[in-house]
Design a protein around this ligand. Sequence first.
Ligand SMILES: Cc1ncc(COP(=O)(O)O)c(C=O)c1O
Length: 390
Amino acid sequence: MNSRVTLITSSSADGDAMSSTFLPFTRPSIDDETIADVVAVLKGGWITTGPRVAALEKALSDYLGGRFVRSMTSATGGMEMALKAMGVGPGDEVVVPAMTFAASANVVERLGARAIFVDVELRSRNATPAALAAAITPRTKVLMPVHFSGLAVDMDGVLELATQHRLRVLEDAAHAIGTRYKGRLIGSFGDVASFSFHANKNMTCIEGGALSYTDTALTTPLERERFHGIAKDAAGNIDIETAGGKFNLTDVAAAVGLGQLRHLEGFNRRRGELAARYEARLSPYVEADRLPQTGDGHSWHMYPLLLPLAELGTTRDAFIAAMRERNIGLGIHYPCLPAMSHYRSLGWNPADFPNAARIGAETVTLPLFPAMADHDVDRVCDALLELLPR
Ligand SMILES: Cc1ncc(COP(=O)(O)O)c(C=O)c1O
């Protein structure tokens, strides 16, 4: 296991792999019917927020068991709107995992509140209720669990904790459209869930997001914040009730989203098959700790792998370059957030979050998207097993 591996091979030694087409780590699948609907919207004369947005919100609400749904231009905007509607502001704290995309914590800081980081489990990349509980102070207003890569957090534990401490819960469900927890869709229960429809998500609007929530008191603040603070009376006269923002989705984007939602369950089933194939191919050779946790209801937004960099005697960048030489694209999701300059400047130290720090240093994301064939997974695994210590 200590053998050092030369990662960059000469191209002549690798002719077959080199001649195959490039496999990116993600790629959207958009069908002809969806493209035709986008064209119909573009030709129809009404291209911004209109009937397609209303239809997408209705379809998402139906999918999520009848919950309230409001769409917006991004999950980042949605989370900021939701926190604001929950009354989060200066002096408040929101508990956020140290292993997540920057948006989860940035939105808290943008409201003048403080993101309080907690470490995550190594294999699930999720924060446990115990970790969230340990970070609660009298200033805590919201718990923000992240369903990392589409594996649900322990929602029973999180909701019980929130009830005990009278806290709100904003689930960062950017990775989790179609994820199930104990058989129930994420976003079909709980307080507020925020979905992302960014281009690399399990369903996309190109850019976009949606909030799903239970509390009707959130509707007016969300709608005001989403569109300039405008309130209209029955005659159509407008008033500005608050200095709102501008986060409304377009009908062009919603047409893409409607087409994607029709395929979501099928997309996620295929993601699950591909993830199972990765697991079957890699688990005989790769320590369990380095492979992602599997679980019922996982929507497999990503398939992350921890690299044994010390054994490899190389850097992650060199490993990624070696895979790229083999025409395979890898991603990095994500650096440890407390290690980033802004969060360091606020006094956070990645060493206090050993799992997140290790994931941040060692993780790579393998290609995983519904249009991949089984042989694409085999190609990735062959290349990995050639490079990894055996
Ligand atoms: C965990 C997480 N939260 C939030 C976001 C933000 O989503 P959006 O790009 O739709 O703003 C992302 C995007 O990748 C994410 O991964």
